[in-house]
Design a protein around this ligand. Sequence first.
Ligand code: UD1
Length: 342
Amino acid sequence: MNKEKQKILITGGLGFIGSHTVVELQIAGYEVIIIDDLSNSKIEVLDGITSITGIKPEYVNLDLKEKDKVANFFENHKIKGVIHFAASKAVGESVEQPLKYYENNITTLVYLLMEMEKNKVNNFIFSSSCTIYGQADELPITEKAPIKIAESPYGNTKQIGEEIIKDTSKISDLQAIALRYFNPVGAHDSIKIGELPIGVPQNLIPFVTQTAAGIRKELSVFGDDYPTKDGTAVRDYIHVVDLAKAHIAALQRLISGKNKEKMEFFNVGTGTGSSVLEVIQTFEKVSGKHLNYKIVGRREGDITSAYADTSFANKELNWKTKLGLEEALASAWKWQLKQLKQ
Ligand code: UD1
């Protein structure tokens, strides 16, 4: 079948990971249609995507909670596959407003799968998270690591989401891949798209770049008494462009029928763990900026250490990260500088 004719729906396609994935899909020759309700993204991202690839993706402003509109959308578009990013993702907010999270992340997933089934759209990629492993007993974390009781409603929506898709795939033609992301960071090298945190960033890298830019006074390092190399917590920071490419590999696997199970799960990280202090040092090196920081107490709900065993994804998806922490932080910094000028 001609790849050019294959239309891929990207829900949440104007968000951080979604927009980078749209670019890679277009480069790979797919036709992309984006659904996004702009609840945590900006319409200008569409121009950023267009200026990178020269192709303006079709865009529909639609809230996936509106079941009739979702039904109408599928009746009017011939979709080959769906990559589902649209979801709420603030851990703290999910504790405050659990029902918002269950509605935004679960109800919408159910509606989407129902309409896909009705319209015989059988290829589905789901944004999952390494958060489902909690503090894993063994590092690096393989896909076989047990799933721990979720620390937050957000984390729970990722676990429940995986189960809903798996149950559906068992009794229908649906075939799916859940990509369990580690910590996505960085920006497109063109700096035409990147992360756009709303309000005070909760994640480390945007807080680091905003502090270096003078928007925040200083970074609080949450805990230096963890049992790690330097006492600070360890994570696997993956460049968003490498992560985006994993989606293309996963989609191609499904479309070409190379998947070995109806539903498969892959850890998507670099395989390298970096401590918070290592991130700070690397950032200072690539930016040439001194970063103000202080050590404070641990953040509730944080784990000590998480990094991926990437061998399964490397082999089965024929995918591997190409960019390291330095490139990721350099691109995040370039992106931050661009925001300052705007
Ligand atoms: C967080 C979410 C996770 C989500 C991921 C998305 C929590 C508990 N987990 O992961 O569910 O999938 O984001 O990227 O929120 N840190 C500081 N100072 C800061 C901010 C962070 O020291 O101002 C430290 C944290 O303690 C952690 C590391 O930096 O050790 C990374 O933090 P963050 O970017 O928030 O990611 P996670 O907590 O790993």
